[in-house]
Design a protein around this ligand. Sequence first.
Ligand SMILES: Cc1ncc(COP(=O)(O)O)c(C=O)c1O
Length: 382
Amino acid sequence: MLKTKKMIPLAVPHMSGMEEKYIQKAFQENWIAPLGSNVDGFEASIASYNHVSESAVVSSGTAAIHLALQLLGVGAGDTVFCSTFTFVASINPALYLGAKPVFIDSEQETWCMSPFALKTALEDARKKNQLPKAIIVVHIYGQSAKMDEIIALAKEYGVPVVEDAAESLGGTYRNAPLGTLGDFGIFSFNGNKIITTSGGGALVAKQPEKIAEARFLASQSKEDAPYYLHHQVGYNYRLSNVLAGIGIAQMDVLNDRVAKKQEIFATYEKGLADVPSVVMMPELDVAKGNRWLSTMTFCVDTVGKTPEDVMELLKARGIDSRLLWKPMHHQPLFQDALFYADGAGDVATKLYETGLCLPSSTQMTQEEQEYVIDTVKEILIK
Ligand SMILES: Cc1ncc(COP(=O)(O)O)c(C=O)c1O
């Protein structure tokens, strides 16, 4: 039995040790500003890792989504389709722009956007003559959605795709980096993500010239003139040069972090294989997610406990866990929004009602993970 007084956390930052060198550089250059050599270096690193020519680093993943939607011309009265099984940040930027969200269910093979539900929603929208201005596809918990089907539907209906890859930097679909398959892709470097700058985000785009436009919008849309000249609305969204330094050092260890997250998932999968009704989050054959969080579902009737009960019991044993995302179509904020279910029923709700995220920090020791597995088994089997 592991003797630990500390809580085993869900997912905490894991520094490489080189971050301070780049922070120091910003201080030496006195570029304590939202631009500078660290920002340039971080943008180059994000672009090269994802095999694209340009990226814009910004103050958050939410800001990156806002910029993508603005660049797609989303405005008041428009609709935006979005995965329902996500964090609210995926869709808040649509509200900032006065657009209305329509929520699309998950499907069982990926837990991500259901092509069946998307098709139904698009058919319906065409009938009403109100096709969405964008489809926001979320690669949830680091795992890829069924991108072939989703992109084919988006093309058929002429709707651009924004990939919310906030949780999935380092994951791939048919060997292409997640975030680079749609018209825009966004990443988050929030404190609990696979790499972090404490807070930050990035935007990539199919058309590289869109990135220059994003940088412009993110800098208060300040024109290149000898005086302060503005033709359009802008935002203060550029990432600080100090924080970008953390990002450069974090990018050097991203592949190690992805490998460790995948190892953690594989260990849970093996360790919990003999627990009746436990199903670990699935993955497509053509995809390799980053396994940002290891997640599972179980049969509440077989176990006789809800995910919330299990979470509380784990907490009492020093283990931090988290319920799966409560679908957006159940949030009071979106009570009037339309929702399109998968052919198998409301999959996202079922996931929420039966699932749990397990500790997935890359610093977790083997001993700690064994303790988590033994404790989960004990709680679920008894
Ligand atoms: C799916 C998803 N989308 C968007 C975001 C927003 O990112 P940020 O916190 O950097 O604004 C997050 C994380 O916080 C997320 O998990």
